[in-house]
Design a protein around this ligand. Structure first.
Ligand SMILES: [Zn+2]
Length: 308
């Protein structure tokens, strides 16, 4: 059978919090089958744990934020969640000593590297997938996102930015998701923003940790970062990375075709909630063989070295 996965051993990382600008420590530990992905705030007394689920996503303003019933928050989870999707990790404890996960370099790559180095352990329980059986679609003005039945996970995303630094020919990306394809083609794409937004956010004490170290920043004409872009189509690939994380907030890989136009965290979450709102839209599927799933993950038998 295709088995649930967790980490082989605990691993930790220290980085900057996007919102606070302060140092944040995150500790990732193995968890038994059926646990799901559970975040714990260790800076609170008593500690507060929040399970990763579509319903616990309550704020999608600057990043994807999980909120507990008591109103405690854990922000900036989406780039980590995308890495968990690529590694096929179903069960994990994530402890943070702040209301946010460290932003690292603004992409998924540092998480992918760290967690794959810790190793993947398969557990003695069947892995559950969310198989789309009926098309669902959400819209917001001219933006839209939809999921329809397909073998594996096919992803197709278009953005529409008019800016001198954003090539109109580089605003569409489509691929068949796998851990390897995500790692090579998508995982290094950084979040991006405009200088005027940075100035506005800093004046309102938001995104204090945001810098050229963890975002692609554009002024009115060009990319400000001296190193330039990591991929010619880094912008659309970052939106793809975000969608990968947002769609994995249920803790299960979706099997289907995802198509979206100008989507973002809010619309992605609305799409996931809409899918899960009616049991006629999906089924929970388990598989005897990985080849029947149509999605291959990193780690275990796919231990290709990841670049640091
Ligand atoms: Zn992002």
């Amino acid at each position: 059978m295709v088995r649930q996965r967790t980490l082989e051993k605990p691993v930790s990382v220290v980085g900057i919090g996007l919102h606070s600008g302060a140092k944040v420590k995150a500790v990732f530990s193995p968890a038994p089958a059926g646990t799901g992905i559970v975040y714990t705030r260790t800076d609170l007394d008593p500690r507060v744990s929040i399970k990763c689920s579509a319903d616990n996503v309550r704020d999608t303003q600057l990043s994807t934020t999980l909120v507990s019933p008591e109103g405690e928050r854990i922000s900036t989870v989406e780039h980590l969640t995308a890495a968990l999707c690529a590694l096929g990790i179903d069960n994990l404890h994530v402890e943070v000593n702040a209301p946010e996960v460290p932003v690292m370099d603004g992409s998924s790559q540092p998480f992918l590297y760290l967690l794959s180095r810790a190793g993947i352990r398969e557990l003695d329980a069947p892995k559950e997938f969310i198989k789309v059986v009926r098309k669902v679609r959400v819209e917001d003005g001219d933006k839209w996102a939809e999921l329809s039945p397909a073998a594996g996970l096919l992803m197709d995303l278009t953005i529409s930015f008019k800016h001198p630094a954003m090539d109109p020919a580089m605003q569409h990306f489509a691929y068949r998701f796998s851990g390897q394809a995500f790692s090579e083609q998508v995982s290094r794409a950084r979040t991006f923003c405009f200088m005027k937004d940075v100035e506005y956010m800093h004046s309102h004490h938001l995104a204090l940790g945001g810098s050229l170290e963890n975002a692609v920043v554009m002024d009115d004409y060009r990319v400000v970062n001296p190193e330039g872009l990591r991929y010619p189509d880094e912008f659309v690939k970052h939106k793809m990375l975000d969608a990968t994380g947002d769609l994995y907030m249920s803790g299960h890989t979706i099997l289907g075709q995802f198509r979206a136009y100008k989507t973002g965290h809010a619309l992605n979450n609305m799409l996931l909630r809409t899918l899960l709102s009616d049991p006629a839209n999906y089924e929970l599927a388990t598989f005897a063989h990985e080849r029947s799933v149509g999605v291959e993950y990193l780690g275990a038998r796919h231990a290709a070295p990841l670049q640091a």
